[in-house]
Design a protein around this ligand. Structure first.
Ligand code: SF4
Length: 498
């Protein structure tokens, strides 16, 4: 589809709106300068223009799609405060309204394309807006449905307690274990399968321990406190019990864990979970684990190339329960290929029957690099939306509350991922991450350190993505970035103490 851009350059924002309606189409953006003639290509066409008339900018979207055409526009005063932002918003809204009418699709999150809608709601709450004002702002200005606004408000309110208890000088530690026993077909994560990288693991574990020790020195030296620890992946339980023990013992020896509010290890794939590993994790200090089947339908598990059985999930869950963790999280995905509404509902009911402290329901995110996309798998946006809507009512009825929510690019049906909890077991690390209220020091390949000075001042430092690259560049990149993180944190501490 050709998109002609006249008098403005809001490509990033308008492309995000286009993708809400055409998630897998490619767009050819053509920029036309003042006075230049606009090309007249064949096929579907969108013209996005900004023209200036007596004190106003006229932002117009014209869509010529499938033999139908529609125009929408809005005006912005030239002397408005925040003029560029209002123009961008106005053009996106005109385009959104045109496409909504032409396609008959009503994205429930409206024009919101960011990953953190709850952060937007918390921001509005902090400014003193009432719930009705938040509804009116998000519905009127951004086209978000009342159901999604309600969900975001509820989530923001449920987070309040955890955010209030945020310790001063607290930081979180993220430990990246980018290995998996095999690669699932919907996954675009850069994880390495254990079979092909088995030889790297011992060296990886040692380097990771070095980086953890270095990070602990920085935290101690700056008088910071560890608030949460999170092992993610990949699949952390791809490692052996001994390897997990080794990493966790470096954490408990090097850090002061007396103020720790949460320690999570994502066990992830049930086929990697053993009694021995769970007891090593428990001894190592973790009180929260995740065991993730994604679906309880065996034929769907087979279709997505997730090489474990439904029975293995129940066994792993049972082991985690017997090991006595304070909280267990279970992940499910809505919109998996070949899944049906009935099978999704049955799977969710089974999980609710187990009554884990946390259930996280994701809407499938379509990544071009996933094997599933390469093989042209069928995806059903409407069905995913129905599953997500069902999960909200079923979990609500079972006494679960939404406590964190985020969106990814290209999620089926333009839906979201929601973490649900019961009995006050909120996953604190998840909230801190999504609200961007705390520094996260990440270690390991693919780790992304986030230094939070305040909500508008966040710096990210990335470790090399792949384990081999991580090992080779440990001295030249990883250790150097840690020192950079230390420098930034020292500056922030200096400012706080002024
Ligand atoms: S277990 Fe998770 S990270 Fe590993 S391949 Fe499957 S989806 Fe990707």
């Amino acid at each position: 589809m050709t998109v002609i851009m006249l008098g403005q350059n809001f490509k990033y924002e308008t492309e995000a709106v286009l993708k809400l309606f055409y998630p897998v189409r490619a767009f050819d953006f053509v920029f036309v300068g003042d006075g230049e003639p606009a090309p007249k290509p064949d096929g579907d066409l969108i013209i996005l223009s900004r023209k200036i008339y007596s004190g106003y900018a006229d932002l117009t979207a014209e869509a010529f799609i499938g033999g139908k055409n529609l125009t929408d526009h809005t005006l912005v005063k030239l002397e408005s405060d925040d003029y560029e932002h209002l123009c961008e918003l106005g053009l996106c809204r005109a385009l959104f309204d045109c496409l909504k009418e032409l396609t008959g699709i009503s994205p429930e999150w409206g024009m919101l394309t960011g990953v953190r809608p709850v952060k937007l709601v918390s921001g509005l709450m902090k400014k003193g807006l009432s719930e009705e004002e938040i509804y009116s702002h998000m519905q009127g200005r951004l086209g978000v449905s009342r159901e999604k606004i309600g969900l975001a408000i509820k989530t923001a309110k449920n987070q309040e307690q955890a955010l209030k208890a945020l310790p001063k000088n607290g930081v979180s530690l993220y430990v990246s274990i980018p290995f998996c026993p095999s690669r699932c077909a919907y996954c675009s994560f850069v994880s390495q399968t254990v079979a092909s990288f088995l030889k790297l693991i011992p060296e990886y574990v040692e380097r990771l321990c070095d980086e953890i020790a270095l990070t602990a020195d920085i935290v101690r030296g700056l008088g910071l406190r560890l608030d949460t620890v999170y092992f993610g992946g990949g699949t952390p339980t791809s490692l052996s019990a001994g390897e997990l023990e080794r990493i966790m013992s470096v954490i408990s020896e090097r850090f002061d864990l007396s103020g720790l509010r949460e320690y999570t290890v994502e066990a992830g794939r049930p086929d990697t979970v053993t009694e021995e590993k769970l007891s090593a994790i428990k001894r190592g200090g973790a009180d929260r684990v995740s065991v993730n089947p994604q679906t309880l339908n065996q034929s769907v598990l087979d279709a997505i190339g997730r090489k474990h059985t439904v029975a293995q999930f129940f066994e792993a869950y049972d082991l985690a329960k017997k090991a006595g963790f304070g909280a267990i999280n279970v992940d499910l995905i809505a919109g998996l290929p070949t899944d049906t509404l009935e099978s999704f509902e049955a799977g969710l009911s089974e999980i609710i029957r187990l009554s884990p402290e946390n259930i996280t329901v994701h809407a499938l995110s379509i990544k071009r690099s996933a094997d599933l996309m390469q093989s042209g798998g069928e995806l059903d946006h409407e069905l995913a939306a129905k599953m997500i809507s069902y999960s909200g009512s079923a979990l609500g009825a079972a006494g679960y509350e939404p406590y964190y929510l985020y969106r990814q690019k290209n999620q089926l049906g333009n839906q979201e991922n929601v973490g649900w909890e019961r009995g006050g077991s909120l996953g604190i690390y998840n909230i801190n991450m999504m609200e961007e209220v705390q520094t996260v020091l990440a270690v390991g390949a693919g780790g992304s350190t986030k230094i939070v000075a305040d909500e508008k001042n966040i710096r990210r430092l990335y470790n090399p993505k792949y384990p081999l690259e991580y090992l080779r560049r440990y001295d030249t990149t990883v250790a150097v970035r840690k020192r950079e993180a230390e420098r930034l944190l020292r500056e922030i501490r200096g400012r706080e103490n002024e």
